[in-house]
Design a protein around this ligand. Structure first.
Ligand code: BTN
Length: 334
């Protein structure tokens, strides 16, 4: 499609003038086709300037999500190599669920806005346009069902590395998978799976992640204002969403290889290095009851080991949640 090819060249020369003649020659299309593609891209909201006699320029401050803009930073073999970028969709997890049978391993759906973003425990996930990235990856892992939590662990580790690379600060992980800075939640992860009823084996897994990049223009709703934060609240510069998505996909593939090859020890070491609450007093919340405990470590399966009432207990993801103690600058329950 000429539109995609023109956008790819402009992304590769972001901030520089590219002449219409050069675009037409490189893409072996007419100058009229180039002009039509530029018009269509502008209508979609891409900030493309034209300079008389000089050509076209994609503004260096453009933060529009695009397949071309993501692909140019990708180093993966399969994650994100088959890619959809939507300006609006109900939910990227829903989209992949609907098309899981026909889409390849690693297919990624990215959206600028979700109208029915879903969170854990049946909650909704606020997904306004221009301020975040909402994406899901379809995987066909050969993993026993009980190891599905490793995919979520991989996603949490991958987004921490991606934030370091593209936002220049190092966040922490609150077990199981909340990624935080100064007590503010920066992103949410929702992993869903389809299981073959007869054999109990995994048909597919979908890992979805929503990342708050900047505060939406309309502000945050009152109920999440004290708990949600965004990357640009902490980054020393503007964050480029295409580069952030690609960095996440690159690290997710690396983590996936560790899981698939059984090298979970390396993944867990990485995961633990972001768990800044280990060794601290926490509260474990089960069936609405909060009990004091000390967070000791994370075992090779990603389970949390705590000391509670003088005994050591292993807490499995999903059966319990934790709250960090008030005296630290660490986050409360989210
Ligand atoms: C949570 O913290 O409750 C998890 C939120 C997960 C949100 C992401 S955004 C992309 C994907 N699509 C969805 O509908 N949900 C996930």
């Amino acid at each position: 499609m000429v539109r995609d090819d023109v956008l790819q060249v402009l992304e590769e020369h972001r901030g520089e003038l590219v002449s219409g003649g050069m675009l037409a020659r490189e893409l072996t299309v007419s100058r009229t086709a180039v002009w039509k593609a530029i018009t269509a891209l502008r209508e979609e909201g891409f900030p493309i300037e034209s300079v008389a006699g000089g050509g076209y320029r994609l503004s260096s401050s453009s933060d529009a999500l695009s397949s071309a803009g993501i692909t140019m930073h990708l180093t993966t073999e399969f994650i994100g190599r088959s890619l959809d970028v939507f300006s609006e969709i109900d939910s990227t997890n829903n989209f992949l669920k609907l098309h899981a049978a026909e889409l390849p391993h690693g297919h990624t759906a990215v959206a600028d806005c979700q109208t029915a973003g879903r969170g854990r425990r049946g909650r909704s996930f606020l997904s306004p346009s221009g301020s975040g990235v909402y994406l899901s990856i379809l995987l066909h892992p050969s993993l026993p069902l009980e190891q599905i939590n490793l995919i979520t662990v991989g996603a949490a580790v991958a987004i921490c590395h991606a934030i370091e690379e593209t936002a220049d600060f190092s966040p922490s992980i609150k077990w199981v998978n909340d990624v935080l800075q100064n007590g503010k939640k920066l992103c949410g992860i929702l992993t869903e799976a389809s299981v073959e009823a007869e054999t109990g084996s995994l048909n597919y897994a979908i890992v979805g992640i929503g990342i708050n990049v900047r505060t939406p223009e309309c502000g945050l709703p009152e109920e999440i204002r004290s708990i949600a934060g965004s990357l640009e609240d902490f980054a020393p510069h503007a964050v480029h969403r295409n580069a952030l998505v690609a960095a996440f996909l690159n690290h997710m593939e690396r983590c996936y290889h560790l899981i698939a090859s059984g090298n979970t020890a390396a993944l867990m070491e990485d995961y633990r290095s972001y768990m800044k609450f280990l060794g601290q007093e926490i509260r474990v919340i089960s069936n609405g009851k909060a009990e004091p405990a000390r967070a000791l470590s994370i075992n090779e399966h990603g389970h949390l080991i705590v000391e509670k009432n003088g005994t050591t207990e292993t807490i499995l993801a999903g059966e319990i949640s934790i709250r960090l103690e008030e005296q630290t600058d660490m986050p409360k329950e989210i």
